[in-house]
Design a binder for this molecule. Sequence first.
Ligand SMILES: [Zn+2]
Length: 218
Amino acid sequence: MPDYQLIRSKRKTLSLQINYDAQLIVRSPLRLSIKKIESFISEKQNWISKKQAQIASKTTKKSSYEANDEYLFLGKSYPLKHTKTGNPLSFDGKHFALNTKYLGVKAFHWFYQKEFIKTAMPLLEKFGKKHNLAYQKVRFKAQKTRWGSCSASNNISLNYLLMMAPLTVIEMVIAHELAHIQHKNHSKDFYSLLKKMLPEYQQADIWLKANSQKLHSL
Ligand SMILES: [Zn+2]
């Protein structure tokens, strides 16, 4: 099930819309059940993915990896230096250093993935244990339209480009996908579990929606 924003109003039919930020907006009659809404979304999955990919590819600005360009790490931006030795990319807390033997885009993907795995694994462990939510496998990949997913068999996938976002945003996405182990929908029960896991999840969600284009600019 893709993530979506549900807007209920006095209308007779369901409608789906993909906004400028590749988010799915669902407009529904006041009393239609979540089950019916989500089965409608499932039927339209191909259309949704296609539209989201189109929008994501249009809005993504490609980076040039010049010295002094700024890149994000845990929600803050830092300037880039060029170097001729060492790892493809390193970070000393003040600067990124790109070894110019490597392609900038590859070096950043390598770095964000490595750092994200280090950050995410303990969080999966912590939230999972505390709330008794056991996942099967976890995968880390960069995706244009999703921050995470949880399959029917509880395999979790997380977008390592989240390494650019503040820690609470990373926690929010991890808590969200773990909560899907218990609730395979975005019902009230799902959100009350998420709130129990991470009371500040709404602020994190707002940050992510406002900044998601930046996180796709590599
Ligand atoms: Zn979800």
